[in-house]
Design a protein around this ligand. Sequence first.
Ligand code: FE2
Length: 260
Amino acid sequence: MLSKLFGFRKKESSVLDYAPENPAGYGDWSFIGTDMHSHLVPGIDDGAQTVEDSITLIRQLMAMGYRQIITTPHIKFDHYPNNRTTITGGLHILQNALKEAGIHIPIRAAAEYYIDDHFIQELEEVELLTVMDNQLLVEISFMFEPIRFSEILFRIQTKGYKPILAHPERYMFYHGNMDAYRAIKDKGCYLQLNLLSLTGYYGKGVKIAAEQLLAEGLYDYCGTDMHHIRHAEGMQKMLQSGIMPLLQRYPFLNNKLTVL
Ligand SMILES: [Fe+2]
């Protein structure tokens, strides 16, 4: 099935195509350019808990070859009641710490919005944090599809945003139903692959779903969804999976994202 991917056009070269030293053995991910899904703002969600954690994870991303980072703290009212203030405040602390440590990588913050009643309300009332331009990273329950999901996707777009659904392969209620994924895309939603899904990190079913979505060319973006060092270590398994050449040929949109 993955052989279908061999037909993809070669992606354009970019100023982001750069292979730095890679002492950790992660392989060279510089072809992705910008990581657009991670949890690196310290102490505000289940990702990095301290500035030191954040810097450790950022060093790993740099070792992989990433040139820019758009980090996306959770906004999930019941667990991580973040908002623009908590996220930008935490980002500034992190940016200052990076500067002091002499680490130079463009980084800014958006958010990963969990779709619930609180999100629907925020959508109506405040300006949301976007990955770039009007692109909004959203996630849904791992247990079931939100009620009236189609209407919510429509509402997001009528408010001027382009939704990106985070890690669609992780929603097990869609497994084996490629039509459901196509329907989400047809409703104007981008799909974002968690790279670790391809290693089996989240389980076999998730891995199979990710491979199917990749083979069908349904993904638009990829991200590390980096929370902690185990995620960085998990990326090393990608090298043995044999899937790197396919990923290198896949026309991910990450290189079109800019931080500065
Ligand atoms: Fe995430």
